[in-house]
Design a protein around this ligand. Sequence first.
Ligand SMILES: NC(=O)C1=CN([C@@H]2O[C@H](COP(=O)(O)OP(=O)(O)OC[C@H]3O[C@@H](n4cnc5c(N)ncnc54)[C@H](O)[C@@H]3O)[C@@H](O)[C@H]2O)C=CC1
Ligand SMILES: O=C(O)[C@H]1O[C@H](OP(=O)(O)OP(=O)(O)OC[C@H]2O[C@@H](n3ccc(=O)[nH]c3=O)[C@H](O)[C@@H]2O)[C@H](O)[C@@H](O)[C@@H]1O
Length: 639
Amino acid sequence: MEEAVLITATPAAHKPIGRVTCLGSGFVGGPTSAVTAFMSNVDVTVVDINPERIRAWNSDWLPIYEPGLNEIVYAARGSPSTNAASQYEAPQAVPRHKGRASLHFSTNINKAIDEADLIFVCVNTPTKANGVGRGAAADLAFVEAAARNIAQVARQDKIVVEKSTVPCRTAQSIREILSANANPGVRFDVLSNPEFLAEGTAVRDLLTPDRVIIGSETTPEGLRAAASLVDIYSQWIPRERIITMNLWSSELSKLAANALLAQRISSVNALSAICEATGADVDEVSNACGLDSRIGPHMLKAGPGFGGSCFQKDIFNIVYLSESLHLYEVADYWRGIINMNQYQKNRFTKRIISCLFNNLTSKKIAVLGFAFKKDTSDTRESPAIALITNLIAEKAQVAIYDPKVKGPQIWKELVDAGSKAGHLKQIVLICKSAYEACQGADAIIVVTEWDEFSNKEPVNARKVEADQPQGNDRLNVPEGRRTFTPAEFTCTTQLVLSEISTYLSKETSPSLPSREAQNTNNPLNALSHNIPHSTSRTNRTKQQRSSSPPSPTKTPTSAKPHTKYLFYVDEPTKQPPRASNFGPEPPMTERLDWARIATGMRKPMWVFDGRNILDGAKLEALGFRYEAIGKASKYAGFH
Ligand SMILES: NC(=O)C1=CN([C@@H]2O[C@H](COP(=O)(O)OP(=O)(O)OC[C@H]3O[C@@H](n4cnc5c(N)ncnc54)[C@H](O)[C@@H]3O)[C@@H](O)[C@H]2O)C=CC1
Ligand SMILES: O=C(O)[C@H]1O[C@H](OP(=O)(O)OP(=O)(O)OC[C@H]2O[C@@H](n3ccc(=O)[nH]c3=O)[C@H](O)[C@@H]2O)[C@H](O)[C@@H](O)[C@@H]1O
């Protein structure tokens, strides 16, 4: 068996990388390329077979929503705004970070492959829908097509980096496809470099990852290729967080990490069912367990079942692998996590139906949130889809509001889940505000934990700091210095960028690579330097202003002028010229006024909190009947 190898010194003759091409401009390819172009000295060209996506990446209206992403893309593109007539002025304030554009989006795939020294493969790897392994194995058609394309076009040696999540030993298949189709004299080295970013925190995760994994062959050529990639990442990531290992360990580590994370969520969701039956409170149980340092606090939040494009797919991948290896008990173990997730989704719907007197016919149900989690526009496998499909089957009228998901995307998901488009138009309403959705409703269901829905007191930053400085470990902030808590961190673009800017500029931080500490041209510094302190166009609400943690300029940890708080608008006020899923982001709204909602609802007024983001006592004081995941029901099953 090959042993894991830690590259401590860069092998002498490895190739310096100047140009990187990324195949796939999705949730991974786009942000990863943007941060790489922004933080390193390489030029990155992102290509995609979907021209609409590339058009969107080249426009003011990016195809995905991620806090902090707009600013980095605009800066790295070096072309602040493509629409001169736009009222969207924020990008003009962003400087060119290197004095030139180093991030490009293109549909000319062959040219980009030909010019690249290193190619990231960030294409989709969905679960197979047909044939052998249907419903479980990974569909590698996009990966194979990408490999063939690279082999046919390349006229010089390339390093091919598998960034997509793939089954263990896929690098072997890629290598065979590349060498079988290669032009004479062209050599390919294949690396595995799985991505661990989570949506909603992608920029932060890419800027300050817990670790970067690079798998390579342990031959001199393989190690040299790995060293080339280490060189890129080490321009902004501390070297000790860049781990090298053999290819198969790297591929399996990605699947394993996702399976372990999903397993925690299914475990806590299973406990939530016990809580509801016994009167225990799942938040209290999670907190009690998470304070054990061996368990840790993350990924222990009960909810309506996990969503997103990867957890289920990657566990199915392990199930399929286990069965292929005749490890049936192992396969059953992992399959149990998905079964529990499905059970949780159905359980939540059943509880709602039970409370509503087992009759939803013609009742108006407001669904708050459609994205699979907050701070993303992604809807893949969102628990909202199964929930709404169930409500439709019960003949309810459904009004949906999500601050970042566009109407056409919601229609598409519901049609893909089996609803008829014509029927949907009659019974589903997509609303521009939560107030519109809740007007005249019999019940409200909170499916996504967007901050604006919560009526809980914002986290008291100072108290959390004193109690549990858990946000700091991820950022490796030196002892005694304050940073934002994870909850604050994920809230807004401003927090993400200003905190990261502060972090990267700390000259005394022992964990920073010296390049960052000494680099006065650090692009993040420039980014915050040049953004005017204008409140006139800010989309921050009164409440956000009063409840936000203090500006880094006012904290003792960040006295530098360039760490000032960013008042930044990332939403254009003008509609884009075409109708599509890719449009301007609507402004973030203030927190919901639940008293106002109460005045417009039908009685009895139900609120079903799928995320435990509401203060039930406050709602009950307003006359609502409040039910929450993992808390004993007061009403279900009594009719
Ligand atoms: N979404 C996430 O948060 C994460 C995803 N991953 C993994 O990364 C991979 C990509 O995921 P996403 O970015 O979410 O998928 P995505 O579906 O958003 O993007 C994939 C893109 O690749 C393009 N594409 C397909 N074949 C191509 C080709 N031959 N040449 C150029 N472009 C091509 C597609 O048109 C699409 O735009 C998957 O394997 C996924 O499991 C890993 C970590 C996080
Ligand atoms: O491979 C991937 O695609 C990525 O999958 C997840 O990231 P992501 O799916 O974007 O988001 P998570 O924060 O992990 O949430 C996944 C789902 O679990 C739910 N969740 C999460 C955490 C929790 O405590 N409880 C809970 O129900 C979320 O609401 C969401 O529906 C992993 O966290 C990433 O590390 C990984 O790179």
